[in-house]
Design a protein around this ligand. Structure first.
Ligand code: ZN
Ligand code: FE
Length: 264
């Protein structure tokens, strides 16, 4: 079986990920139906069998009703979020089969209270690296805003993702990379992997190409939100927040996230 992975751009900076084997397809977080319908029209051999949702926000779910009615695809999503029904509800730790792919469900609360991610470990002879669909939890060079969860929850969620194999392809739901990397460089101006990646992504965006998928190994080298326990990051955060008591890891993470929220 050959696995094909495509980011379908939607709205200003969303990606709807399309995964298929040449015949059976699934999409993740279709905020808009049209990019998916256009892709299916270009690839008439594909049958859209499943729609996977990571969380309830409209830019991830707005295309569900149209896609369901036009393709009959099954919709899967997190147990405790308000979603366009009917949805097969998933919990952290579940394994699901969708369009012939087996995916593990990982609980990643923080951006929303019930946010989940999907991890696909390739089967048997498939040479494809493992894939992670992480919605608005982990971005290249950044992480999602804390709308419904606490800093400690988000930190634990990112730890869960960071523990996956380092060759995992990270399929984020937004092209936020360049602005995230500008912030990351303010945190760690001497991080050479970060400097190099920023140059690479600047080139890609100048050509209107996606900077994604990223890899977990790369994110561990450049993403301040996966590096918040390292002295370089703790010191940068403390320089911004001199009142920070000690170096409690959730407090450092919270201040890092606040710094990013206010970063221009
Ligand atoms: Zn969101
Ligand atoms: Fe989003």
């Amino acid at each position: 079986m050959t696995t094909h992975l495509l980011p379908l751009p939607a709205f200003a900076d969303n990606y709807i990920w399309l995964l298929h084997d040449g015949r059976r397809a699934l999409v993740v977080d279709p905020g808009d139906a049209q990019p998916v319908l256009d892709a299916l029209a270009r690839m008439p051999d594909l049958q859209l069998e499943a729609i996977l949702l990571t969380h309830h926000h409209a830019d991830h779910t707005g295309g569900v009703a149209t896609l369901r009615s036009q393709t009959g695809a099954q919709v899967l999503g997190p147990a405790d979020e308000k979603l366009p029904e009917p949805v097969s509800r998933l919990n952290a730790g579940d394994t699901v089969e969708a369009a012939g792919f087996r995916l593990q469900v990982i609980g990643v609360p923080g951006h929303t209270a019930g946010h989940i991610a999907y991890f696909l470990e390739p089967a048997g002879t498939d040479a494809t690296p493992p894939l992670l669909f992480c919605g608005d939890t982990l971005f290249s060079g950044g992480c999602g805003r804390l709308f419904e969860g606490t800093p400690a929850q988000m930190l634990a969620s990112l730890d869960r993702l960071s523990a996956l194999p380092c060759n995992t392809r990270v399929c984020c739901a937004h092209e936020y990379t360049l602005s995230n990397l500008r912030f990351a460089l303010a945190v760690e101006p001497h991080n050479q992997a970060l400097i190099d990646h920023h140059a690479r992504c600047t080139d890609l965006r100048a050509k209107h190409e996606p900077t994604l998928p990223s890899t977990l190994a790369l994110e561990q080298a450049i993403n301040p939100f996966l590096r918040s326990r390292l002295p370089s990051v703790i010191e940068a955060v403390q320089a911004q927040a001199p009142d920070l008591p000690g170096a409690d890891e959730a407090a450092v993470f919270a201040r890092l996230r606040e710094w990013k929220n206010n970063f221009k």
